[in-house]
Design a protein around this ligand. Structure first.
Ligand code: AMP
Ligand code: MN
Ligand code: MN
Ligand code: MN
Length: 273
């Protein structure tokens, strides 16, 4: 089974349409796919239709922005009912906050000597309601302000840098609750990315388990291969299943192509089992 259960399209900060992503997944040998755009279900019908047309098994998906211990964390929901009202309303509320944060980021960049960042980011955001730091980063690269997306993040868009605006996303309990209430499975996305201390990571996994979470990503394009075995061990310790997903956004930017990940470590119980 070549499962890729984490990817992005133009409905959030990816650069391919759901149809182009489905074709790429199919070409790369994916057999079970999920499109997991940030805080929106708007690409789901297109993704599912494209997958079915190609004979690809499909799970509905979403990546919900949440806050935990003052950090931004991401919770993937798999197999959710996309008509579920509390989930839809929760996501709509997050998108409103995302929009306001985007405008505050543009003001912060303006104060740092980079004018017109809102209009600039909008040129890269075909679905503006999910405007992301990635859209701002693409604009700054286009303007020649930094050579790469990664450099923009390091210089402007991470905590302590001039374009970073702290933001309160959904609570962990709400994010996991909306997913469960919509019949889906909650998965902690790329746990290594949050730079948590051992104590904070323990607290996150305990709280996640307590509010009904099912799995953590073990093999992901947003984690180093050297980190896979630690999260396989954490999954076993906490009785969580393991997920696998590239977190693919863009052919030119993403480290891992869709469908190109190594297998889960053998001790893991896969979330799709
Ligand atoms: P946001 O949800 O608007 O805060 O933006 C987070 C998104 O920015 C992530 O989903 C990634 O797509 C992207 N991102 C975060 N950190 C980096 C980084 N260091 N380099 C490149 N892209 C990043
Ligand atoms: Mn993203
Ligand atoms: Mn993420
Ligand atoms: Mn992602």
């Amino acid at each position: 089974m070549n499962a890729d259960l984490h990817s992005h399209s133009v409905f959030s900060d990816g650069t391919l349409t759901p149809e182009a992503l489905a074709s790429r997944a199919h070409r790369n040998g994916v057999t079970l796919w999920s499109l997991t755009d940030h805080d929106t279900l708007d690409g789901q019908v297109s993704a599912q239709n494209a997958a079915v047309a190609l004979g690809l098994s499909y799970l509905t998906g979403v990546e919900i922005s949440a806050s935990f211990l003052g950090k931004s964390i991401h919770i993937v929901g798999l197999g959710v009912d996309i008509q579920n009202l509390p989930l839809q309303q929760g996501l709509e509320h997050i998108r409103r906050g995302r929009w306001q944060r985007g405008q505050a980021m543009a003001s912060a960049l303006d104060a740092a000597g980079i004018p017109d960042a809102w209009q600039g980011a909008m040129r890269f955001a075909s679905h503006p309601e999910t405007v992301s730091r990635a859209h701002f980063a693409r604009y700054l690269v286009q303007q020649g302000i930094c050579p790469t997306i990664h450099a923009v993040f390091q210089k402007y868009l991470v905590p302590g840098r001039p374009g970073y605006v702290p933001h309160q996303w959904a609570s962990l309990q709400d994010a996991v609750g909306w997913i469960g209430g919509a019949g889906g499975l909650a998965v902690i996305a790329h746990p290594a990315r949050y730079r948590l201390t051992d104590m904070q990571e323990y607290a996150l996994l305990c709280a996640f388990k307590e509010c009904g979470g099912t799995a953590i990503e073990v093999v992901t394009g947003s984690q180093q291969p050297s980190e896979y075995s630690h999260y396989a061990a954490q999954a076993t310790y906490f009785g969580l299943k393991a997920s696998r997903g590239s977190d693919f956004h863009c052919p030119k930017e993403s480290r891992m192509d869709i469908g190109s990940l190594p297998a889960l470590p053998p001790e893991c119980v896969a979330v799709w089992e």
